[in-house]
Write a protein that binds this ligand. Structure first.
Ligand SMILES: [Zn+2]
Length: 169
């Protein structure tokens, strides 16, 4: 291995997140480094600024990372008829899918009343299922954040166990 490659490898290891679930090490990921997580959270907060939520006043933002490290943001879009309301996570995903993207690594989600983030804003069951359609639930990461420094990372599988996907048809 050349000096440069070695240095790159060391940097990846230094920045890679070691995911934990119930105290067990799960796996390391090369794409979703700490700096990428911060960047995704920042993008989700930016996305939240466009939230259209005149009914619940819950403003939500999401930032979806493709495996080619492109970011798609989304916000929640409410509707006077309530039912057609779309969540931030699906807005981000549908934007990406409609641009031809099919492979995703992670999504960061933030939200709070009138855009004030005081707690984690976990994805609803519909969004978990819609994301599941396009990802490997063991590998795909869901990042819930309060700030760029204060976040929690889950595999999609841990949020949607025993899930139903395209391979079941
Ligand atoms: Zn949702």
């Amino acid at each position: 291995m050349s000096e440069q490659n070695k240095e790159q490898q060391e940097n990846i290891q230094k920045n890679s997140l070691i995911l934990q679930e119930k105290g067990e090490l799960l796996f390391q990921t090369d794409i979703v480094t700490r700096s990428v997580v911060k960047n995704l959270i920042r993008s989700a907060i930016d996305g939240m600024k466009n939230a259209y939520a005149p009914y619940s006043n819950l403003h939500v933002g999401a930032a979806l990372l493709t495996t080619k490290e492109k970011i798609y943001t989304g916000c929640n879009i409410e509707n006077a008829a309530y039912g057609p309301t779309n969540c931030a996570e699906r807005t981000a995903l549908f934007k990406a899918i409609s641009e031809g993207e099919r492979e995703f690594a992670a999504i960061a989600i933030v939200g709070g009343s009138y855009g004030s983030i005081t707690d984690f804003c976990p994805p609803c069951g519909v969004c978990r299922q819609v994301i599941r359609e396009f990802v490997d639930p063991k590998a795909f990461l869901v990042i819930l954040a309060r700030t760029e420094e204060d976040y929690s990372i889950y595999s999609l599988e841990s949020l949607l166990p025993l899930s139903f996907g395209p391979e079941h048809l």
